[in-house]
Design a protein around this ligand. Structure first.
Ligand code: NAP
Length: 280
């Protein structure tokens, strides 16, 4: 079997197009604010991409940049201002923050209804409780959209998520559970990981280890979602899945780059639209 490629770039472009159409019909433009603290080069690239994508769908983009030396109190003040600003519907605190600032209380300070990253305890709770009004974190949400682009009804399927981070693995497992999958959360202490993975009709890898998942870990016909982003010495990106061999076994697979990555920003815009009272 040769897997079909799940084209995240095209699926994200279609989602952004439908968001732009929704925004064009809205009397008030949704506003997305990004807070960037410090000089991390990768964060600057991400923020620039987010600003560009926000403007491209016709939303209002607000940027608040603070120096590397900023204090937690200064970041808190900016969050408070944006929480109170009625023209801002979504707030994103770009992580990581400089080492001297603890990000946890600042993330929790964001008004839950503006928490487009879905990281406040209220939104995590809503996800676990199955309350659709909550904000679902962008990368897991995007991964689910990719899975559903190849199969709508996931009911009863065995799903294995490798990785249990709060940012990705845990919310991904909850989303699959809500789709009536039988979900296994695997992690660094999981015994016989290859054997566990071989049970999966849906295998999601979010580990951060280049090509950890090999072809003999994959059930023939499985849907494989590769969330990993691992930069190689030559500058190229590779995923957590050995794409060349696994694509001979799976029925559908996401490439890296061009799979999950493009969905993250598109889902950030979808969450901002939702925060402003519409849906895509
Ligand atoms: P993380 O917080 O470092 O979590 C990694 C997870 O992998 C942990 O749960 C860890 O287990 C588990 N793990 C580590 N080594 C393992 C092994 N040998 N076998 C099985 N499990 C193992 O990372 P993350 O934030 O979830 O991100 C994971 C990957 O996804 C990274 O490559 C990241 O760059 C990428 N990512 C991509 C996007 C995107 O937009 N495409 C977004 C977010 C993340 P323990 O809990 O036991 O330590």
């Amino acid at each position: 079997m040769v897997a079909s490629i799940i084209d995240g770039k095209a699926i994200a472009a279609a989602l952004r197009k439908s968001i732009a159409a929704e925004v064009a019909a809205m009397p008030v433009k949704p506003g997305l604010a990004v807070i960037l603290v410090g000089d991390d080069p990768a964060s600057h690239v991400y923020v620039n991409n987010k600003v560009k994508a926000t403007e491209e769908v016709g939303m209002k983009s607000v940027e608040r940049r603070l120096p590397e030396t900023a204090t937690a109190e200064q970041v808190a003040k900016v969050i408070d201002e944006l929480n109170a600003d009625t023209s801002v519907h979504g707030i994103l605190l770009q992580l990581p923050l400089p080492k001297h600032i603890n990000s946890d209380p600042l993330i929790q300070r964001i008004a839950p209804e503006k928490d487009v990253d879905g990281l406040t305890f209220i939104n995590i709770g809503k996800l676990v409780a199955g309350d659709a009004a909550g904000m679902v974190p962008c990368t897991p949400q995007g991964s689910l959209r990719l899975i559903k682009s190849v199969r709508q009804d996931l009911s009863g399927l065995d799903a294995v998520v490798i990785g249990r981070s709060l940012l990705f693995g845990k919310p991904m497992a909850q989303l699959l559970l809500a789709e009536n999958c039988t979900v296994t959360s695997a992690h660094s202490r999981t015994k016989n990981l290859a054997e566990v993975c071989r049970r999966a009709d849906i295998l999601v890898a979010a580990v951060g280890k280049t090509e950890l998942v090999k072809a003999d870990w994959v059930k023939p016909g499985a849907i494989v979602i590769d969330v990993g982003i691992n930069r190689q010495d030559n500058g190229k990106l590779k995923g957590d899945v050995d794409y060349a061999s696994v694509s001979q076994v799976a029925s559908a697979i996401t490439p890296v780059p061009g799979g999950v990555g493009p969905m993250t920003i598109a889902c950030l815009l979808a969450n901002t639209l939702k925060a402003a009272g519409a849906r895509a």
